[in-house]
Design a protein. Structure first.
Length: 165
């Protein structure tokens, strides 16, 4: 009887462990919602200070550097306006505590869909694959780029042209 207990206890324990491994895993929590940065036209057109990096740094809640992962322009539901949706992946936080997710979407008025272009003054223009530093402000739970286009710095390394001649 003693040998049966010595044999039976490890076998039962092994079966319990194996059944736990084969059970379906609990559903994972959905990924955190992306942060949306909304822009409106004319944010920096009237503010002389917007051209001053010290001013931007002082009033920004966040300064982040990263890469544009995708850009897509599309009509709104009413087909009365075009908006551009730019996905941005944060690589570095220059100012501000890290956000719950390191990606966000910038929604700007204007863009091109097919043969139609809607231009909106003072909007930042970002290109897929481009690197940029963004000066962000958070007010009433919403994010925006400080001073519109002035709150975006391209971090692209431009090649120096080879000397000719």
């Amino acid at each position: 009887m003693k040998w049966q207990r010595l044999f039976l206890v490890p076998v039962v324990a092994l079966l319990l462990v194996l059944s736990g491994c084969m059970a379906s895993s609990p559903p994972t929590a959905p990924a955190a919602s992306p942060i949306v940065v909304r822009q409106s036209g004319g944010a920096g057109a009237l503010v002389t200070e917007c051209q001053n990096r010290d001013y931007l740094t002082r009033i920004a809640d966040y300064i982040v550097e990263g890469t544009v992962t995708s850009v897509e322009s599309r009509w709104n539901e009413e087909k009365t306006a075009i908006f551009t949706y730019t996905n941005f992946a944060i690589v570095t936080y220059v100012k501000g505590a890290p956000l719950p997710v390191n990606t966000f979407q910038i929604v700007t008025p204007g863009g091109t869909v097919g043969d139609v272009t809607q231009a909106v003054e003072d909007q930042p223009i970002l290109h897929e694959g481009g690197r940029a530093r963004l000066y962000l402000r958070k007010a009433n739970g919403e994010f925006s780029i400080v001073c519109g286009r002035f709150g975006v710095e391209g971090l692209e390394l431009r090649p120096v042209p080879a000397p000719t001649g």
